[in-house]
Structures are given as C-alpha cells and as structure tokens.
Design a binder for this molecule. Sequence first.
Ligand code: NAD
Ligand code: ZN
Length: 345
Amino acid sequence: MRAVTFRDVGDFQIEDVPKPSLQAASDVLLKVTLGAICGSDLHIYHGHTPINPGAVIGHEFTGVIEEVGPEVRRFRAGDRVVASFFTACGHCYLCRRGWFAQCVDKGTFGHGEYFGNLGGGQAEWVVVPLADHTLEVIPEGMSDEQAIFVGDILSTAYFGAERAEIRPGDTVAVIGAGPVGLLAVMAAQLFGPARVYAVDMIDARLELAQELGAIPVNAAEVHPVEFLEKATHGHGVDRSIECVGLISAVDTAFECVRGGGTISMVGVPSKTEWQFPIMQAWMKDLTFRAGWCNVQAYMRPLLDLVAAGRLQPERIISHRMRLEEAPEAYRMFDAREATKIVLTP
Ligand code: NAD
Ligand code: ZN
C-alpha cells in the first residue's frame, strides 16, 4: 500500500509498504478515507520527536472498517469511523477514572517504535488496536472533513478551553492561531466569553481567527502582553489557552492573565524543562494546567456539537490534497503556506 514514511529529518516520503493486518483480537483494519497533517507531525519532521526511519506517519484519520477482530464489540465491517490519535484499553485504573490519555496501554498512531509501534493514518490502510475504546462511529450525514478533527485537534482545543475555566463574560487569549488555536477560538465560544483574542504572527491565520469570532493580535506588530493589558483596562485577560508549545508562547500565556486567572496549555512543550514562575503564580493566585488531551472523553459530545451545527471545524481546512502529494503538503505546512491540509488516499 501507499504510505507517508519518515526517512530523515525534513524528509517524509510516499512509499510502498506492506499492507497491515489484524494482530490482536481487539484490532480493526481500517481503509483510510481521509488523513490530516498536524502540528505534532511537524515535531517529527523537525527531528524533535524521536522516531525510527520507515515509520508510517499520521495520527488524524477517518476510515471505513474492513475487518474486525473477534473481541471487537462496538463495530462492524462497513462502519464509518474516526480514530482518537492514541489507543486506550478502557479497563485499567486510569481509564476507569475517565483518564484515557493516561492508559497503561496507550500507543500513539504514526509515531513509530517509541510510542507503541502503531501504524499511521497517512496511508491507505491502518490497523487500530483496542478499537472499542479508540474509535467512534461518524454520525450519518456528517462528512469525513467535519468528523476528522474530533480525534485530535478539536478535542485538544476543547480540552484547553474547558480547563481554562472560561465563564460567561470572560476575556480569553488564545496564544497561537494554528489549527489548534483556531479551533480553541471556536471551542472557547461555547463557554460564553465576552471576547476572545487570538495571538499569532501569520496574517492568513489571524484573518481566519477573526472570521471565527476572535479579535486578532499580531505579535509581529505589537507586544501581545502590552496589547492585551491595554485592551482589558490594565487588568489582563481572565484566561489564556496556550496552543504553540514554544517557551516564548508559554511566557505570553502566563504574563497576559490577570490576578486569579487561569492558564491552560496544550501546545507540546519544545523543551523538557521550564523555570516555573512560582512567585508570580503565588502572588497572582494563578491556576496553570498543561496536558496531553484526554481525547476519548470528548469525541462523542464533540461529534454531537458538530452534528448540531454548533461547531464547524472543517472551516480551518485550507488545502485538500492527494496522499501522493504529501511531501509537497509537508513543505507547504512547514512554510506556513497552508493552515490545515487534509490528504485523500
Ligand atoms: P502549528 O505549528 O501549525 O501552529 C502553531 C502556531 O503558533 C503558528 O501559527 C505560529 O505562527 C504560532 N506561534 C509561534 N510562536 C508563537 C508565539 N510566540 N506567540 C504566538 N503564536 C506563535 O501547530 P498546531 O497544529 O496548531 O498545533 C499547536 C500545538 O499543539 C503543537 O505543539 C502541537 O503538537 C500541539 N498539540 C497538542 C495536543 C495535546 O494533546 N495537548 C494535541 C494536538 C496538538
Ligand atoms: Zn495531531
């Protein structure tokens, strides 16, 4: 089958690799119908995520089930499904407490040997282990483009907004207007804020953020913390959602909130350590949260919100390309010439 593989830093190729087959009784074989390129794939592309050469890339995908293992209960061949970007067993101590992202059996799709050795979704087929707790059926009438993001970036954006504790009337700053930040702008609005600001440096992304209801803040033109302070009569915003992962963005997220505010970080940290401003946090009564999204807990309600027309995540798609065009798609996404690219096998 055709698949996007990691060859070297900055070198993803489209290659022929063996078609995967069921290995365990809880597996499902999926014929991929749509894949998407994520900011997390760029961490691999830049060599920041360790991965073995030849690994198939891709953790955002939808598909049609071709084969089910004998222990799979919730799905049948022919079902249209969307996958979480990681697997969960559903039975362990932390899954039973609703923390699927902390599952003892967690593996991440498209991240090679060091993250559970799962296949990737930027391919024609993918095997989904622990399918009963990793997949959701796509509601009838919903397109793959509408559904795909609940498996990763829409859930992440919602998770970030929920953990920011937004209350009606709040001011919210979303730091980073990449795909995650843009969806955070959308998700934040479900909680009734008075104003949502979106901070980035890329005009096209800031324009889209504005179309989605945010007030754009171009960090290449103004100092974002000073701008937000002025905009909130010197107080700072009530909540910030960090959607970048670079330390400079975490600093902005921290510095732009008022006393008693909340900082919610979902960007993957670019460094393993960061000097936590404990005195500032203490003096200002701040709440800081960070984390890997607990996707499985959000897929079903988010699919319902999309079905009801209250979220339109497909609005962030800027380019629709063929799987065969993946190397060019990565170049474009890395160069910020595209906001979100989906690939059709
Ligand atoms: P992206 O790289 O496309 O977007 C990042 C955006 O941040 C870009 O538009 C960039 O211009 C902007 N930016 C860079 N530095 C900035 C700064 N100092 N201030 C403001 N904006 C700045 O990535 P994405 O797909 O939107 O993903 C965002 C992050 O979320 C990535 O780190 C990704 O790995 C992470 N992520 C986390 C989870 C999770 O479970 N927590 C899930 C999915 C993605
Ligand atoms: Zn992702």
